[in-house]
Design a protein around this ligand. Structure first.
Ligand code: FES
Length: 472
């Protein structure tokens, strides 16, 4: 049985977020060994944890599902074939553990026989002690046994995957592909079509076993097959997996893409703003970091640049919040009812470095003014998906006459996540006061709004990690 647990699995087992577990590690309550924690340490730090209680993880999962539409592959249980492979792998481990035990047992008894043979009177106590130890059955503490049983069950329904060289890790659940699971976890591996035709998601299996769950037209050469290359969009993980993967980790790791997309919905949120839902072709999804922007152009040439308001974990269904702007042909088309479901739209991008830092476990503070909420929403959805931040604080201010047009969404985050606080603000002065009181130590700040509002904020905020995006 493994005595070390990868962080993703350890967090799932004790029913807390990965960010909360990282916090315990930062506070030196827990030691890590190459991204894993010891079972005994986990039980020491969480002595009162209810091992059957998954409610916190379940609530976080609901939030993620709001950001990422479900597919048929996301069924809760893996296919019988995958389960059979995992069962066989666990049985294999049990068999080798039994062999090892038998080997050590034989060895100890042989050693005892040697001691008895050599005994000149001085070894009698040692032999007697050995007999006592051999007669006593090791007593596995009940909670440790319970944790290990739960871990074995978790390994049957979800496989742990680690990407190298980044060290990022996540769980593959149900029948989902490795690519989908990675996107759900807030990662950005290289990919294109998601349907096995472009070859962009090719990765090398360093250790572990995969199973093809979708056919693919892209042919992996014999040489590459021998080296262990697979397509992440066509395979699921059967066992613990280590994959060598090409991941985007900085904003300029993602190339500019041009995609012909289609408007799905255009709904007014208030008198001054439309929420625009756009879908790309299924085999041509947009790769982007949360917080980045794209250029949108209509057939008549009118164009605008807007931040994405949706999570990069779904590169097909994109959301934009379009404010009314006099003289802006794109916004005019929307507000005058000339742009709606079925209309084509050209997308070009992404651009911008208003993105989450890689692998941060710090408290995240999000400040939005009016439609500055759009990129903030994308950042929050992405941060929740990656499950790394210690805590979230969202303060959203609106101009006189405007409203918090996604107030319900923000309240749902606060209800679902223990470490999420939401403060809607109507008076910009109140926002400054909230900031003075509410900022956690070492927080990383993200603010999106008009330049004048940002300038006023900059005078108040002393944090060195203060990322800003202007919306005018
Ligand atoms: S993303 Fe195109 S082959 Fe996997």
């Amino acid at each position: 049985m493994p005595q070390l647990l990868p962080l993703s699995r350890a967090a799932r087992l004790v029913g807390i977020s990965r960010g909360a577990l990282q916090k315990r590690i930062q506070d030196n309550e827990l030691q890590t060994f190459e991204g894993a924690v010891r079972v005994s340490d986990l039980l020491r730090v969480f002595p009162d944890v209810k091992l059957q209680d998954d409610s916190a993880v379940e609530r976080a999962r609901q939030i993620r599902e709001q950001a990422i539409p479900k597919t048929e592959d996301d069924a809760a249980l893996p296919a019988p074939e995958v389960l059979a492979h995992r069962l066989s792998s666990v049985s294999g481990e049990l068999t080798s553990a039994r062999h090892e035990l038998a080997h050590y047992s034989t060895l100890v008894h042989a050693l005892r026989a040697q001691l008895v043979k050599l005994d000149d009177g001085r070894l009698a106590d040692t032999v007697a002690w050995l007999d006592t130890q051999l007669g006593a059955l090791p007593n596995v503490p009940a909670r440790k046994a319970e944790l290990m049983a739960k871990d074995t069950f978790l390994r049957l329904i979800a496989a742990h995957v680690q990407f190298i060289p980044s060290g990022h890790d996540f769980l593959v659940e149900g029948n989902e592909t490795i690519l989908n699971a990675a996107l759900r976890a807030g990662l950005l591996p290289h990919y294109g079509c998601t349907s096995g035709s472009c070859g962009s998601c090719k990765a090398r299996v360093v250790s572990g076993q995969v199973l093809k769950v979708h056919d693919h037209s892209y042919e992996i050469s014999r040489t590459e097959q021998n080296l262990g290359y697979i397509l992440m969009c066509a395979n699921t993980a059967v066992t613990e997996l280590v994959l060598e993967v090409n991941e985007a980790r900085k904003h300029n790791d993602i190339a500019v893409q041009k995609i012909r997309a289609e408007v799905r919905h255009a709904v007014p949120a208030d008198d001054e703003l439309y929420v625009l839902q756009v879908a790309t072709p299924p085999d041509q999804r947009l790769r982007f970091f949360a917080g980045q922007s794209v250029r949108l152009q209509l057939a008549d040439g009118s164009a605008t640049t807007l931040p994405l308001a949706s999570c990069p974990c779904d590169g097909q269904h994109l959301e934009f919040h379009v404010p009314r702007h006099d003289g802006d042909g794109f916004a005019d088309a929307l507000f005058q009812g000339h742009l709606g479901a079925g209309n084509g739209i050209d997308i070009e991008g992404p651009w911008g470095d208003f993105i989450l830092p890689e692998d941060t476990h710090a408290p995240l503070v999000f400040l939005a003014h009016d439609e500055g909420f759009a990129p903030i929403k994308a950042l929050i959805e992405s941060a929740v998906a990656s499950d790394q931040a210690e805590s979230f604080l969202l303060i959203w201010s609106v101009s006189p006459g405007r409203r918090h047009y996604m107030d319900n969404r923000c309240r749902a985050w606060a209800d679902a996540l223990d470490n999420f606080r939401y403060q809607p603000v109507n008076d910009p002065a109140a926002l400054q006061q909230n900031l003075n009181i509410a900022l956690p130590d070492n927080a990383i700040l993200f603010a999106a709004g008009p330049s004048e509002w940002l300038d006023a904020l900059a005078g108040t905020v002393a944090n060195t990690q203060f990322h800003q995006l202007t919306t005018d």
